[in-house]
Design a protein around this ligand. Structure first.
Ligand code: CA2
Length: 188
């Protein structure tokens, strides 16, 4: 397993469903009616550089939860909302960009805490714009109450919205916002 893959966990929480999807009829059989099983919308939850260190330092800024605990919170909330989540973290800009590209056709939305790349990365912004998926930016801390260089977000230019300063609850609220948007039938 590569180091990047080790930082990824895919949790797909399918809602209970009573639909029956029979196997395809053989050519000799008369055509039968097929009831399709609705697929579970998948949300890619991305965390950027240094967020793997959560829970080890600076709890007064970022809280005391670990990233594994935040991933578990996302999986729980997604299950409650009838969504699946694919939670990934990388310290590498290119890896995050590749995951965003791969989300096209696979995921229906993105929740991203880009870490420090928020304030520097035009390339991450371009990737989010390129895939056109509804994206919500999350920050654990209130970036507007911190140093001036944290007040600018490149990602905000492409994001549907941003949540900051609410700690790990921000990820829950982001999933709720995407669920509401998807159920309203809006895909971007
Ligand atoms: O508040 C946030 O979520 C941030 O995205 C976190 C980034 C920071 O650069 C952004 O301005 C705001 C940094 C994450 C670093 O996380 C650490 C956690 C524990 C120990 C050290 C770093």
């Amino acid at each position: 397993m590569s180091p990047q893959r080790a930082a990824s966990s895919r949790v797909v929480c399918a809602p209970a469903c009573a639909c029956y999807n029979p196997p395809p009829a053989s050519p000799s059989e008369p055509e039968t009616e097929t009831l399709s099983v609705p697929s579970t919308p998948l949300i890619l939850v991305l965390n950027g550089p240094n967020l793997n260190l959560l829970g080890t330092r600076e709890p007064e800024i970022y809280g005391s939860e670990t990233l594994a605990e935040i991933d578990a919170l996302c999986a729980d909330e997604a299950g409650r909302l009838g969504l699946g989540v694919d939670c990934r973290q990388s310290n590498h800009e290119g890896q995050l960009i590749d995951w965003i590209h791969n989300a096209r056709g696979e995921a229906q939305g993105i929740v991203i805490n880009p870490g420090g790349l928020t304030h520097t990365s035009v390339s991450l912004l371009d990737a989010i714009k390129a895939v056109g998926l509804p994206t919500i930016e999350v920050h654990l801390s209130n970036i507007h109450q911190r140093e001036d260089f944290r007040h600018t977000s490149y990602i905000a230019k492409a994001a549907l919205g941003a949540i900051c300063g609410l700690g790990s609850a921000g990820y829950r609220f982001a999933l709720q916002a995407l669920a509401e948007r998807l159920s309203a039938g809006t895909s971007t």
